[in-house]
Write a protein that binds this ligand. Structure first.
Ligand code: BGC
Length: 461
């Protein structure tokens, strides 16, 4: 059709805003590196958008305890409880076995008070212990808590702010481990010894380290997006000591909160931010992670409709409803084999009657948003890895990145596009990407096993 060509050109023009060229990506990388440096330095830390939080997970493990550990994972849409058996294999390496319990977090626990949330957490633990007949055991517990925490030690830290749609009052500024201990005490039907709290990036890195000793970076691209890595102790100015390395939780999701990404943010990004519960915060995360990807696509589709380029210029009630376009649709649409069946089905559930061309345009919109996410995220990781190589004054850096998260694991093309750009931007680095399985639980248990060992070492000294 003659009109087709013209429509596709106009669509392409609108979607071209999402493309980032190499100069753009280098610029994002440099700006992130600058913020990382500011986050690490004492005199600029307060005002830096990237907080670079010390985790107290160090590079010199003291060996680890063996035995049963309980691991909790709070930070996504579900809350998980795991029983992790840490043992030793023939080479005195780690051997890990897990049992899992998955619990949903009701909306009112996500937006109520800290007491309500942690009472729910304690109730889930109690249910899990009951099911596995271990309520009488006082187990060491490792807590994966995937939000920005300023640690004072491995088992103590205050929540700086919520992210990813959580809005629980009375938690920010408080010791999270204390909130958990209080809730367990309130219930009174079991006891736990909370020995470590870690971010999910840290848990992922540790669980991959268990397979590959070169793993010194952990990354999550799921509901949220974040990275941790091993930094030289002498540059972690917030913690005393010069020797060895400490894992730093970058909290890079907040990159851009001080205006560093303004020329890269589009009208859709501004709407997503303004209608979120944490407007003005986590601006880099909002360009990348699964919490926002579907909504970005929905806004792009509405723009195309308003320009009369899609669905005959008419959007359905559902499409006009905030949050109706799930991020998993983006993965499913881009996985369509070419017969448009998947795309057609998804669009009809949204009350639309798409033509073949509509299906193709929707797919292009998904690709634009997810490709930009992959490239933006890649520029960030390249910044971290280049920094590590420079700090270590190494000609060549061979490194493994442990990765987890639904966008990374489930989207059909995110990984490839992401890997390609990371590698393009990191000359002299040889990078292996390792997907973690059950990283949050296993990682928390392994950190706890090391923490227990250190605690008993201290006691027996
Ligand atoms: C949180 C991080 C977390 C990431 C991935 C972000 O919103 O601030 O602490 O690591 O999500 O779950």
């Amino acid at each position: 059709m003659p009109g087709d060509h013209c429509t596709m050109e106009k669509v392409d023009h609108i979607l071209s805003e999402f493309r980032l060229d190499e100069d753009d990506l280098m610029e994002v990388m440099r700006r992130l590196q600058k913020e990382m440096e500011r986050g690490l330095r004492l005199e600029t830390h307060e005002e830096a958008s990237v907080k670079m939080l010390p985790t107290y997970v160090r590079s010199t493990p003291e060996g680890s305890e063996v035995g049963d550990f309980l691991a909790l994972d709070l930070g996504g849409t579900n809350f998980r409880v795991m029983l992790v058996k840490v043992g030793e294999d023939e080479e005195r390496g780690w051997k890990v076995e897990t049992k899992n319990g998955m619990y949903s977090i009701p909306e009112d626990a996500m937006t109520g008070t800290a007491e309500m949330l942690f009472d729910h957490v304690a109730e889930c633990i109690s249910d899990f212990l009951g099911k596995h007949h271990i309520k009488h055991k006082k187990l060491p517990l490792g807590f994966t808590f995937s939000f920005p925490v300023r640690h004072e030690d491995i088992d103590k830290g205050i929540l700086l702010n919520w992210t990813k749609g959580f809005k629980v009052s009375g938690a920010e500024g408080n010791n999270v481990v204390g909130l958990l201990r209080d809730a367990i005490k309130r219930r009174g039907d079991f006891e736990m010894d909370v020995v470590a709290m870690v971010n999910d990036t840290v848990a992922t890195m540790i669980s991959c380290y268990y397979e590959d000793r070169r793993c010194e970076v952990g990354m999550i691209v799921g509901t949220g997006c974040n990275v941790c890595y091993m930094e030289e102790m002498r540059t972690v100015e917030l913690v005393e000591g010069e020797e060895g390395r400490m894992c730093v939780n970058t909290e890079w999701g907040a990159f851009g909160d001080h205006g560093e990404l303004e020329e890269f943010r589009l009208e859709y990004d501004r709407v997503v931010d303004e209608t979120s519960v944490n407007s003005g915060q986590q601006l880099y995360e909002k360009l990348i992670s699964g919490k926002y990807m579907g909504e970005l696509v929905r806004l792009v589709l509405l723009k195309l409709v308003s320009e009369n380029l899609l669905f005959n210029g008419e959007a359905s009630e559902q499409l006009r409803t905030k949050g109706s376009f799930d991020t998993r649709y983006v993965s499913q649409i881009e996985s369509d084999s070419g017969d448009r069946k998947h795309i057609y089905n998804i669009l009809t559930t949204l009350g639309l009657l798409p033509s073949e061309r509509d299906c193709d345009i929707v797919r292009l919109a998904c690709e634009s948003v997810s490709t930009r996410a992959a490239h933006m995220c890649a520029a960030g990781l390249a910044g971290v890895i280049n920094r590590m190589r420079e700090r270590r004054s190494q000609e060549d850096l061979k490194i493994t990145v442990g990765v987890d998260g639904s966008v990374y694991k489930l989207h059909p093309c995110f990984q490839d596009k992401f890997h390609r750009v990371v590698r393009d931007l990191t000359p002299h680095c040889d990078i292996t990407f390792l997907q973690s399985e059950e990283g949050s639980g296993r990682g928390a248990a392994l950190v706890s096993a090391v923490a227990c060992k250190m605690a008993t070492c201290m006691l027996t000294q």
